[in-house]
Design a protein around this ligand. Structure first.
Ligand SMILES: [Zn+2]
Length: 218
């Protein structure tokens, strides 16, 4: 049987391929949350001097990278149980940074491109978020943004619309919670996508306090 099949069946560690276990103790240790500030998003065009914190709890490299890849692309939903505490710790960090109790915060889940979600067959971020809020209760979980790059709408836009869409790949898809909002995502790299999401929400009047992610590139 192939290594991939073994992983899917939980016969190999998702991080290091050690046989006989879905996640070995060493790789589980790599997922121990160490929440910290990973990026600071410059939101100057929204409000002069405003920066939003992006917190992560693990580094997106090595075994962690492999675990997240296999979790999402090989659809191993059981790994959400191991990844959820990382998101929970990041949520706690951002709430603390903003001086707002997490239980008063609404989480805005970053949208997945429809094509990606369909290919994967399950909503990987939603599953991690469910585990995270069982560790760290929040006021609400919402999905106020749609990824309009996913809907193929860019093809129908004119030049002016394209230029203005470049300022935001996202579109509001419903009413916003009135209280503080925290964006949640699985991985942050440059922070450009998170920044676009935050800008879209803030321009609509949302009180965004920061971004919590599972893992960040060092
Ligand atoms: Zn391992």
């Amino acid at each position: 049987m192939s290594a991939i099949a073994d992983v899917v069946l939980g016969r190999c560690c998702a991080g290091c391929d050690l046989p006989g276990i879905a996640l070995c103790p060493v790789c589980e240790g790599e997922l121990a949350p160490r929440p910290r500030l990973r990026r600071s998003l410059d939101m100057d065009e929204i409000s002069a001097g405003l920066h939003l914190p992006v917190a992560c709890s693990i580094d997106y490299r090595g075994e962690v990278r492999q675990i997240l890849y296999r979790y999402k692309d090989h659809r191993i939903p059981q790994l959400a149980r191991a990844l959820g505490p990382c998101l929970a710790s990041s949520i706690g960090f951002v709430a603390g940074h903003a001086g707002v109790p997490a239980r008063e915060v609404a989480l805005a889940v970053m949208p997945t491109r429809a094509s990606t979600a369909k290919r994967r067959g399950f909503d990987s971020l939603a599953a991690i978020t469910r585990v995270a809020i069982s560790h760290h209760p929040v006021a609400a979980v919402c999905r106020p943004l749609a990824d309009i790059r996913a809907a193929g709408q860019t093809k129908t836009l004119g030049v002016w619309e394209r230029q203005h869409q470049a300022a935001g790949a996202f579109q509001l898809r419903g009413p916003l919670p009135s209280g503080p909002i925290m964006i949640v995502d699985d991985i942050v790299t440059t922070g450009a996508t998170a920044r676009e999401a935050a800008a879209t929400l803030m321009l609509a009047g949302a009180h965004v306090i920061g971004v919590a992610v599972v893992a960040g590139t060092p």
